[in-house]
Write a new protein. Structure first.
Length: 104
């Protein structure tokens, strides 16, 4: 079998992606806590009102983005778990086929 007919899974990439997505999810969930902290820095009420409109609009997009990040995180977790299980199953099947010492 050649190099191009093998499936290569980058476990390190999947694991780091899973971690990064969790970090992004945490950051997106925590943003709304800072919304009220900045209200006073805008000064004039009309500017503060426009910024409040912007923040509320951003909240809608943030929720959608958060859902997408959560879904992607679940998919990465499923892929990682599935490939790890497949690796174990193939190793067990290979061990049975070739014996404990790798012979035929």
């Amino acid at each position: 079998m050649g190099e191009h007919d093998r499936l290569v899974v980058d476990y390190e990439l999947l694991t780091s992606s899973k971690t990064n997505l969790k970090d992004i999810r945490k950051a997106l969930k925590g943003i709304d806590k800072h919304r009220d902290d900045i209200h006073d820095i805008w000064g004039h009420n009309s500017i503060a009102g426009k910024m409040a409109d912007f923040v509320n609009n951003w909240d809608n997009y943030r929720r959608e983005l958060l859902e997408n990040v959560e879904d992607l995180g679940k998919q990465v977790e499923t892929a990682l778990t599935s490939f790890e299980k497949l690796d174990l199953d193939l190793a067990k099947a290979s061990g049975k086929k070739h014996g404990k010492n790798g012979g035929k």
